[in-house]
Design a protein around this ligand. Sequence first.
Ligand code: CP
Ligand code: NVA
Length: 312
Amino acid sequence: MYQNLKGKDLLSLHEITTEDLYAILDLAADLKAKQKAGIEHHLLKGKTLGMIFEKSSTRTRVSFETGMYQLGGQALFLSKNDLQIGRGEPIRDTARVLSRYLDGIMIRTFKHSTLEELAEYASVPVINALTDLLHPCQVLADLMTIKEHIGQYKGKKLAYIGDGNNMAHSLLYGCTKVGMDVAIASPQGYKPDETVVKNALAEAAVSGSVVTITDDVHEAAKGADVLYTDVWTSMGEEAEREQRLKDLAGYQINAALLAEANEGCIVMHCLPAHRGEEITEDVLEAQADVIFDEAENRLHAQKAVMALTMMD
Ligand code: CP
Ligand code: NVA
């Protein structure tokens, strides 16, 4: 099997090569087919993944945990309320201790620097299961879903409508890596991080993607093959909710905006969704096949990441 990711971390799609990205997507499709056919694929027999959660989760927790079982290993759910990090034990000590027991560590946390410190001190692979900056595992599942529903990346356009957040950032990295055009429409004050945009433009210069950063949802939706959105208020931003509802009000995927996109345009959402805010009920339900395929693909994409990073 492909060896380049063995023993490595997955912190950001920007930090892996295009070859690594395709290796993950190819293995994910293979593992999905095997699971559907009932073919055993115990690539991580006897291995243990630790899953540190400092924020809530439905999809990430269940898909990583189930995925690890399907690969023949086991997973430990480690909530910050139960770990000593909740009482002040430094992340660098936690990293070194957990590395003595585990074969891999997955973390969902706030600051991206916490993830980076964990990875620096851990001697086993570390997987980013969402930080305030990035959500790479979601975008691996998204790219898999786009391939399944649209068939190709080059010459196609994804338009992200809403908050320039961790999802917008990882979509910028993922799309530019595979040569897909990407537009981000968000209001002033909610623009994607400048360094992420700069890095994505550098990726685009290699892959040929066109990157558009705009305030104008109509400009973004024009010519789009995928419309994508995410919550206006991310985990940790709850105190800003009222302000965000006002500031992001025009940045919704609804039937009128979808009508401005290309014929056959699909709608994606990483979930959880807030109906009536970033997406309307009718659009979400009409696109449920795509959106729940996207959620399912978290399982297959992450199994590929775990197998490629944690295998012997
Ligand atoms: N999309 C996603 O990561 O969902 P959870 O927060 O439920 O894990
Ligand atoms: N931007 C959202 C993504 C949830 C999967 C958040 O960080 O809460």
